[in-house]
Design a protein around this ligand. Structure first.
Ligand code: MLT
Length: 411
């Protein structure tokens, strides 16, 4: 008899963005003439930059010739891309990495979801709350979460670190033993950042407690303010305790193309049952070579083009475009007397719902009365209740229209 992974029964409802899509589809079938504007899932809308397209086209042509055709590539990524990543994203900031410390993949969602596999099932996981749901759900699937406690909307074995307007979205260090800490900065969903001083507290904590920080910096390209850290490795000692995840999705419009990378420095150690230190890099390499056959050559050529002078200029323009949307949303909503956060160093705007409306109540109001799809804050965790997320990844036209529609609502 085939038996299911019982842990799946602990998962709550459907994955957040699937639930949002379900409600949207239902509304559309009942209101076929509604002109829906989607500012929900953080999916880019601008076409790929020219430089990337050229890289992709060239690679496609190479595949047509016996002499340049490529089959399986290295599971960790081609050297041309690894070197470009290291030179531009790290060395330029004074961070030294070797090519065997960077792993190219087909997306950060997979990497942040898969990374937990290499750690013990009894690891205690800490997450900020609200949080990108993949961190929690993948640990539920693995069996690390404990029971779901309905009244709390939380899992019994996960350590939640609330981030809200009261603490300016700065999580406190855990007051109990934890092993794995997920941090995402600039933050999804709140759009807020941590200063170097704040981030240093986490690195110091991880070192003192032999924890590992799983640092998701998928939105790094959106940082505008100079003193905000772009990589956790800007913090002294972080190479001993942090794994960093980066993506081309939000930076270069790759949500449909798929390319990302994960940095696992050789110094990061975890421990076996006997207390022996094991380099996590070896485990991740073993995992990837067993379960992953590499990101396609064509895709990696497109990603490498991001680092050419033209690519860099075009990407800066893309970021400016979305950040101008963020400003429109931020200022439009703030002008209504609604509290807004984020949107300065990130493409997400996190707002406090007016009149203490619940997140899903606000979702329904926006959908029914303004035909706008956003993401309810509570979908990211209990501390997101009463908050709501809008993305800056729409077109300019839709962003402006959406803000006008929100201005016409009665709260
Ligand atoms: C989001 O909307 O939070 C993101 O698009 C999710 C993702 O990147 O997977």
């Amino acid at each position: 008899m085939a038996k299911i992974n019982q842990n799946y029964k602990q998962l709550q409802g459907s994955y957040l963005f699937a639930e949002v899509a379900r409600r949207r589809t239902k509304f559309m079938s009942e209101n076929p003439n509604a002109q829906i504007i989607s500012l929900g899932i953080g999916d880019v809308t601008r076409p790929l930059p020219e430089a990337v397209l050229s890289g992709l086209h060239e690679a496609v042509d190479e595949m047509a010739e016996a002499g340049s055709f490529r089959g399986y590539g290295p599971e960790q990524g081609y050297d041309f891309l690894l070197n470009a990543i290291i030179e531009n994203d790290y060395k330029a900031r004074g961070i030294d990495l070797k090519t065997n410390e960077v792993f190219v993949s087909d997306g950060s969602k997979c990497d942040v979801g898969n990374i937990q596999e290499i750690f013990s099932l009894d690891s205690v996981v800490a997450v900020t709350d609200p949080v990108y749901p993949v961190y929690v759900d993948t640990n539920v699937m693995a069996g690390r979460s404990g029971e779901y406690v309905k009244d709390l909307n939380r899992y019994s074995n996960i350590v939640y670190l609330p981030c809200n307007a009261e603490n300016n979205f700065i999580p406190s260090l855990p007051d109990k033993k934890v092993d794995l800490i997920y941090l995402c900065y600039p933050n999804n969903p709140t759009g807020m950042t941590l200063s170097k001083e704040e981030l240093k507290k986490w690195v110091d904590f991880a070192k003192a407690n032999k924890c590992i920080i799983l640092y998701d910096s998928a939105y790094e390209a959106y940082i505008q303010e100079k003193d905000v850290p772009r990589s956790i490795y800007e913090i002294e000692g972080a190479k001993e305790v942090a794994i960093e995840f980066r993506s081309f999705s939000k930076t270069a419009g790759f949500t449909g193309v798929r390319c990302a990378y994960t940095v696992v420095p050789k110094e990061v150690l975890a421990y076996d049952e006997e207390g022996n230190a094991v380099p996590v890099n070896d485990l991740w390499n073993r995992r990837q070579t067993t379960k992953f056959n590499g990101c396609s050559y064509i895709t990696q050529k497109g990603a490498a083009a991001v680092y050419t002078p033209e690519g860099k200029a075009q990407i800066a323009k893309l970021v400016d475009y979305y950040m101008a949307n963020a400003k429109i949303i931020r200022e439009g909503i703030a002008g209504l007397g609604i509290q807004v956060f984020g949107g300065v160093n990130a493409p997400y705007i996190w707002l406090k719902t007016p009149n203490n409306m619940g997140s899903w109540e606000f979702f329904d109001k926006l959908l029914n009365e303004a035909n706008i799809v956003g993401t309810p804050g509570v979908g990211f965790g209990q501390s997101g209740q009463g908050y709501f997320r809008l993305t800056a990844f729409g077109s300019r036209e839709n962003t402006e229209k959406a803000v006008e529609r929100i201005k016409n609502l009665q709260f």
